[in-house]
Design a protein around this ligand. Structure first.
Ligand SMILES: [Fe+2]
Ligand SMILES: [Fe+2]
Length: 356
């Protein structure tokens, strides 16, 4: 006897398929992977829990399909369909959005939430452009430089957040000043990159309004540990990688002078930003364990590049991967030195925050 027969069911309206509360519950369960996927996209969940939450949602989704399978009616059939199709479909969507995210490799330390780079859309404006000579038309190069510019602009927001968060945890003035100066560098990088994009396609475009620039962290205020781990990965690793990539590209023969000059400036600035990141790591080293820092470094993945745009000053996957490997090795050995220095300080009874 099913629920419909047992009286567990509201009487169906005339002409409608019979349903049951259990089938409705099954349908609700079946949609959970979509809710989990949406929460991941909206950065409402920390990256570390996204996969377990999504896996649990998929399990419940299949359970919803089972509930549907044991009932009859339109709602029950919907539960079966949604419960069986949601896990694979949301998995593919997750892969696609992850791949799109990986494209944001260029030079900077973009504002991230839940591990995902937040960047502005492009909009018609001359405000972020400076006059430079036109280059041979190349739509792909223009798009790649505009994408790079959006990451540079998001880096302005990231450094402004960093300056405020350093203030909030009582960091010394030189670290706050570094963050403010680095944010100013990123403004110049963004202008240079939007201008290069215009040089390639003639379009006057800059960033659209970028509300995430003032969005606080969903998980609440940053701690010293959060800032140290972020500076280690975002600056000590990613900005160091960007410096290597920009320096390598700037040395390529045959680049247009404006492209070469932009890359050379970015290389110098990003190397300095990486050092500023290490300054935060050394200051707050007492707040993290060596193992935690190692794990943060190890879990970072190489940024992605573009194909066949080296002559336009845009790195491909090979250049990114090579520079990333080099920067990661350097960061790992610097972490090891920091650990030794911290151990020496501890043995000498020196106060925390003076590991290097
Ligand atoms: Fe930077
Ligand atoms: Fe930059």
């Amino acid at each position: 006897m099913n629920d419909e027969q047992s009286g567990d069911v509201a009487p169906p309206p005339s002409g409608a398929a019979p349903t049951s509360r259990l089938a409705l519950a099954g349908l609700c369960l079946a949609t959970l992977p979509w809710w989990a996927w949406g929460a991941c996209q909206a950065e409402a969940l920390p990256k570390s829990v996204q996969l377990p939450v999504w896996a649990a949602a998929c399990g419940l989704s299949v359970l919803g399909a089972v509930f549907g399978f044991r009932r009859s009616g339109r709602v029950a059939r919907s539960a079966i369909l949604v419960g069986l199709f949601s896990p694979p479909v949301t998995f593919v969507l997750g892969l696609l959005s992850g791949a799109a995210q990986g494209k944001y490799g260029p030079h900077g330390r973009p504002l991230r939430r839940g591990g995902r780079a937040l960047t502005p859309e492009a909009a018609p404006t001359r405000a972020w452009l400076t006059p430079i000579e036109r280059l041979p038309p190349d739509e792909r190069a223009a798009a790649a430089w505009r994408r790079t510019a959006s990451v540079e602009l998001a880096s302005v927001a990231a450094f402004n957040h960093l300056a405020n968060e350093l203030l909030a945890v009582g960091a010394p003035p030189e670290l706050v000043l570094n963050a403010l100066r680095d944010g100013r560098d990123e403004v110049h990088h963004a202008v240079a990159c939007y201008s290069l994009a215009q040089a390639f396609d003639g379009r006057s475009e800059g960033p659209a309004a970028f509300p995430p620039a003032v969005t606080p962290r969903p998980a609440g205020p940053a701690t010293v540990q959060t800032l140290v781990l972020e500076c280690l990965v975002e600056s000590g690793l990613f900005e160091a990688t960007s410096a290597l990539v920009a320096g390598r590209l700037a040395a390529r023969p045959g680049l247009a002078p404006t492209v070469r000059d932009t890359l050379a400036r970015i290389a110098t600035d990003e190397a300095r930003h990486a050092e500023h990141g290490w300054a935060v790591v050394e200051w707050g080293w007492w707040a993290v364990s060596h193992e935690l820092a190692q794990r943060a470094l190890a879990s970072a993945e190489a940024p992605r590049g573009d194909v066949d745009l080296l002559n336009a000053g845009i790195a491909d996957d090979v250049v990114w991967a090579d520079c990333f490997r080099q920067a990661k090795q350097a960061a790992a050995s610097r972490l090891a030195s920091l650990r030794s220095a911290a151990a020496r300080c501890a043995a000498d009874g020196a106060p925390p925050g003076r590991a290097a």
